[in-house]
Design a protein around this ligand. Structure first.
Ligand code: CMP
Length: 146
């Protein structure tokens, strides 16, 4: 009999972007995760260079907003975190709200704090494969607690 995978424990990468750090909502973002029972299992603050931002968002390199996005992401410090919990990839996306804050549900991080579709406070991985890639862009397994 195979295992029911619906609420399996997952990990995802979360980023508080430069606008979130500037607006002073690092703690508020983390509070919203912890309130839902999501655990932070790795965390650090860093200031990406342009090349590092381009590497992180490489899948978007053909998009018209790539240059502006990577300028923004390298414009100030960010906080990167690994989150862990049941179905945490989808739950994190729900807590963040839609990419475009104008379309984000009331009470989500982006509806409450984001200024634009680009400067939208937080990033969250969108699938298990991208979560694994994105986590390892910033953290070695040795730097993630279990
Ligand atoms: P994120 O979830 O980090 O994934 C890609 C990022 O690109 C997104 O959040 C936004 O910051 C940015 N982005 C997505 N769509 C647009 C757009 N149409 N114009 C500008 N920036 C965008």
């Amino acid at each position: 009999m195979h295992h029911m995978n619906k609420s399996a424990k997952q990990r995802t990468l979360s980023i508080v972007k430069p606008d979130g750090v500037e607006k002073g909502v690092i703690g508020e973002v983390i509070r919203r995760f912890e309130k839902e029972g999501i655990r932070v299992v790795a965390m650090k603050m860093l200031h990406l260079g342009k090349k590092q931002a381009e590497g992180f968002y490489a899948v978007h390199r053909e998009r018209p907003f790539f240059s502006s996005l990577t300028d923004f992401m390298s414009s100030g410090p960010i906080v990167v975190m690994v989150l862990e919990g049941d179905d945490v990839i989808a739950r994190n996306r729900k807590i963040m709200g839609a990419t475009d804050p104008a379309k984000a549900d009331k009470g989500t991080i982006r509806a409450d704090f984001a200024g634009s579709i680009e400067q939208n406070i937080v990033h969250g991985s969108d699938a298990p494969e991208t979560a694994a890639t994105e986590i390892h862009y910033f953290f070695s397994d040795l730097n993630i607690v279990s």
